[in-house]
Design a protein. Structure first.
Length: 118
């Protein structure tokens, strides 16, 4: 399974950005998917998760109410809509696939950088 995240960039505080993660080489529709991020000098942290049906979603407290995770199984793509961005959202964002739906993320994308200026 290969995952490619894209859509990052430089934005101002309060702006919105949508990240995409395209999957290939596996059965995307059967995987739970997650988004993680890693800020400079910090450990990687969980951001959001969506189960294979797209109905069940989960968020970290830091992004709840501002970020929305969704997926299009027909396009093998998962999205992260980020609204009301803050400077502390600055990080490299990674998508990951959890084939067993046990929060064990086996496959990881290469990351896309998001920079939020104040």
């Amino acid at each position: 399974v290969q995952l490619q995240a894209f859509g990052g960039g430089l934005v101002q505080a309060g702006d919105s950005l949508r990240l995409s993660c395209a999957a290939s080489g596996g059965t995307f529709s059967s995987y739970a998917m997650g988004w993680f991020r890693q800020a400079p000098g910090k450990a990687r942290e969980f951001v959001a998760r969506i189960r294979k049906s797209g109905i069940n979603t989960y968020y970290s407290d830091s992004v709840k109410g501002r970020f929305t995770v969704s997926r299009d199984n027909a396009k093998n793509t998962v999205y992260l809509q980020m609204n009301s961005l803050k400077p502390e959202d600055t990080a490299i964002y990674y998508c990951a696939a959890d084939p067993s739906d046990t929060r064990s993320y086996i496959y990881w994308g290469q990351g896309t950088k998001v920079t939020v200026s104040s």
